[in-house]
Design a binder for this molecule. Structure first.
Ligand code: FES
Length: 134
């Protein structure tokens, strides 16, 4: 190896190190996508059409509404105003902290306390069991 080629490779190494150092903050901000895990909530046959239930076997607990025979929606019970837990009140989720209320078919707020809808989850039915992807 000549002195010139050694110098060139050292220069290339310095350039590569500088490029890596410049990219590091960006690379740190890139998080691997979290794979959703599927959890069983219960038996679909025990959850009637039109009914909303709070399932506390997962964290956060989720409101699941069976809107039709094969249609399900799920929302977590964390208020989007300031993070308090919600309670089921009729067909809505209600927050006792400041009075926010949410439609449990859409997750949308039904008053002006917050404009942010509840976080939703997907539901699937397999072999008669209700699965939620979280
Ligand atoms: S935390 Fe729910 S309304 Fe404020």
């Amino acid at each position: 190896m000549t002195m010139q080629s050694q110098s060139m490779s050292r220069r290339a190494l310095i350039k590569a190190s500088a490029a890596l150092a410049a990219a590091l903050p960006f690379l740190k901000s890139v998080q691997p996508a979290q794979a959703a895990t599927s959890k069983v909530l219960g038996l679909a046959s025990t959850h009637p059409v039109g009914k909303t239930r709070l399932y506390a076997s997962v964290s956060p607990a989720v409101f699941v509404t069976r809107t039709a025979v094969n249609t399900w929606v799920a929302f977590d019970n964390v208020c989007t105003h300031a993070g308090a837990n919600l309670v089921l009140q009729g067909k809505q989720a209600y927050c006792r902290s400041h009075g926010a209320a949410f439609d449990l078919k859409t997750g949308k707020p039904t008053n002006n306390v917050t404009r942010t809808p509840l976080k939703s989850y997907s539901i699937s039915i397999r072999k008669g069991k209700i699965y939620i992807s979280m």
